[in-house]
Design a protein around this ligand. Structure first.
Ligand code: PHE
Ligand code: CO
Length: 297
């Protein structure tokens, strides 16, 4: 059999625990094959987040969703979104089957292509799924690609990834923490107060509330080196969030060559996900309520 039906590639659960599975190719979205259940999963998730995010997401995100024309009624067609993206920032979505190896991912970003998982979670996974699916990728990541400054940041991150892989494994880990604490779990100050821009928060109803309202987590001002040395949580809400003042600040502080930074922090200690340092710009010190002590990544 050799049709080009894309596969739904998920992690494997083994006696060694969670094992991610990677694929490399680009596939077709095959929009006509989505079932009514899949469209309705999108609708349920989209409506819930759209309502929740009105006064929680940054204005750039809300504007991006609207300009892209995302609505609850149907899973968006990547080809339609691509028209808007091309006009706004010259980014392009490509459909993939699941997680990509780091270098393949960096190469896409460096060329202003954003990989989006073609399949959506099952109805029993509405509140939590261990890996990125179409809902996380589309609602979480794509609206901000309509913002010129954030769009440039994403491309430079990809270029930085290619460079970091030439430096070594430690540099790659340090760079991936930057992605985690900004692209996935970042908060931003807006005129109206603290807002969300991280995709991992934007696509999670629980964390959309927790990240802004809970007294448990730390909230620190953005600090590049500090972030690069900070471990993170992959299976629970974050213990610490980093807050940027603007996307310009984010871009300007990350555009310099990271090689001297990697060299400078090479032998420096790392920080636990929930740790607070004397040198931190503390916006809010977390109460630590409900934290588990094991399992920083
Ligand atoms: N300036 C970074 C480097 O030299 C690249 C980068 C830019 C990384 C923007 C992240 C975001 O590696
Ligand atoms: Co993501």
């Amino acid at each position: 059999m050799n049709d080009n039906t894309p596969r739904r590639v998920e992690h494997q659960q083994t006696d060694k625990g969670y094992v991610p599975v990677y694929t490399t190719g680009i596939v077709e979205q095959q929009w006509d094959n989505y079932t009514a259940t899949e469209h309705s999963t999108w609708a349920t998730l989209f409506k819930r987040q759209w309502e929740l995010l009105q006064d929680r997401a940054c204005p750039e995100f809300l504007e991006g969703v609207q300009t892209l024309g995302m609505t609850p009624d149907k899973i968006p067609r990547f080809a339609d979104l691509n028209k808007q993206l091309r006009d706004a920032t010259d980014w392009k979505l490509v459909a993939v089957e699941g997680l990509l190896p780091e270098l393949v991912f960096f190469d896409h970003l460096a060329k202003r292509r954003f990989p989006v998982t073609w399949w959506i979670r099952r109805p029993d996974q509405l509140d939590y799924i261990a890996e990125p699916d179409l809902f996380h990728d589309l609602l979480g990541h794509v609206p901000l690609l309509m913002n010129p400054v954030f769009a440039d940041y994403m491309q430079h991150y990809g270029l930085g990834g290619v460079k970091a892989s030439g430096v070594g494994d430690q540099a790659l880990i340090q760079l991936s923490r930057l992605y985690w604490y900004t692209v996935e779990f970042g908060l931003i100050r807006s005129k109206a107060g603290l807002r969300i821009y991280g995709s991992g928060i934007l696509s999670s109803s629980g964390e959309s509330i927790y990240s802004l309202d809970s007294a448990a987590p730390n909230r620190f001002g953005f600090d590049l080196e500090r972030i690069m040395r900070t471990r993170y949580r992959i299976d629970t809400f974050q213990k610490s969030y980093f807050v940027i003042d603007s996307f310009e600040q984010l871009f300007e502080s990350t555009v310099p060559d990271f090689r001297p930074i990697y060299a400078g922090i090479k032998d420096q200690p790392e920080f636990a996900a929930g740790e607070v340092l004397d040198s931190d710009n503390v916006i809010q010190r977390g109460s630590g309520e409900g934290w588990t002590t094991d399992g920083d990544f």
